[in-house]
Design a protein around this ligand. Sequence first.
Ligand code: ZN
Length: 560
Amino acid sequence: MQGKEAIIKHIDQNLADLVIKNGKILTMDAARPLVEELAVRGDTIIAVGNDGEVEPYISSDSIVIDLEGQLAVPGLIEGHGHYMSLGESLMGLNLRPARSWEQIVNIVAGAVETATPGDWIVGRGWHQDKWDDLPSPIIDGFPVHHRLSEYSPNNPVILIHASGHGVLVNALALEQSAIYPNTPNPAGGEIIRDSHGNPTGMLRETAQDAAREALAVNLSKRPIDVIDSERRQQVKLAAEEAIANGITSFHDMGETFQTIDFYRMMADEGNLPLRLYVCVQEPSEVMQDKLADYRMVGYGNNYLTVRAIGEKVLDGALGVHGGWLLEPYDDMPESSGFNVVPLVDLRRSAELAIRHDYQMAIQGIGDRATRELLDIYEKNFRRSPAKKDPRWRIEHCQVIHPDDLIRYSKLNVIASIRGVFATSDGPWVVKRLGEKRARQRGYLYRTLMESGITVINGTDPPVEDINPIDNFYRSITREMENGELFFPEQRLTRRQALETYTVNNAFAAFEENIKGSLTPGKLADITVFSRDIMTIPEKDILNTQIAYTIIGGEIKYQGS
Ligand SMILES: [Zn+2]
């Protein structure tokens, strides 16, 4: 009796605030892999079980959700995104759905009508590959600024490409960015010009920085309260988008110290709606004095962690022949892509990361970029053997030489993939790389996983839609928009794909003790799907909805 009383007393102190039951709860915890019910107290899971095991934790005050057989998994973790940009992308003109240049010109013309002269008009997400036909003229594959300039003589216009690797601006924006016919290309970028040498408005890679800076200067001149409320709006919009998609934590790949100050203030107020793992993105000379002060783990009840140096961009995008390759492009034999952030700067960042116990999470797209990064990582690990578990990451991993796969696993480098990139890029990858190289080195997601490398997934929002169900589907099918499969031998299993959104992403953020599985003692971050994406026919996966998003035991989203 004494034993039973002791148990009851123990349970009393642990009555649940929230219970979910009658579900298929895939815990991703080998100890209890599949259960039907789960109890939460505060922000923590206190019990999982079957057949009424969790019943004793329920009181009259507990919220009880009947899952009616729906699938619950550990709260999904977006493994690579740009949080403030995501918020921003929901504020500017959304050009993603545009199916022609004509449509985009009309959207901008509409915005001009209500804009105050002098204000910048910002649009995002356009991609010429999504257009039904191309306008004339087309220079280097992109439209030119003339019609934007005609419709918007008094407002600078900047239209950010879906890849983030280029912008198209109008004449006034060119002028305010001090880009003239005789302006030289910056290192790692290109001002596209017509046959007379006049800028067409398209600014690739680092050439876009001048325009973005001119925009930033213009925006920063607004009153501080306007800027503050806009930032809060960005945080809110990004959160709504993420949470409605079942995302409970977000790896934010590159923010300034100023933005991190803002996040910290939001965390202090209890106003961060989901958990952020933030990478610092600043020049090394700025980082060196500040990294130590900014390192924070689990700040504000585990809503804010800063312990990584993030997405510096080693090379450009593959689609625009920017990815830095070991051998030239098949369809541009004079080019092997290019290096964007100088290696010397990355080496300095890596040294700072070692000194201040930060993780490196750097973008490497081409096989040359990957190799250079592995060289830098390896050198630093060798110099600092005391750092046992650095978990440094390479972001995107689109082209990898087979020799470097072995180095990945030897160095325990984390491969941060975008499942959806394989299928978005698929239609032109073979053109860029040739069929043999594409097969042997391109988007080797299955090979990476089966080489024992920790693979994490995400969609790089706002570059791609944050939707994890679509990304899961693309990861396991490699099905492109046109219905064809892109090297299907690299399909992940459903189990692998789920790992790349849960346990692995927790590990990649040093958070495996509090996230990634539904284990008593861990945070009660839970995603519930309307259908069982682990067993239903593949074609039904895309019709699945998010039923619940639960963060720290709070229901933050409920599907209809
Ligand atoms: Zn990114």
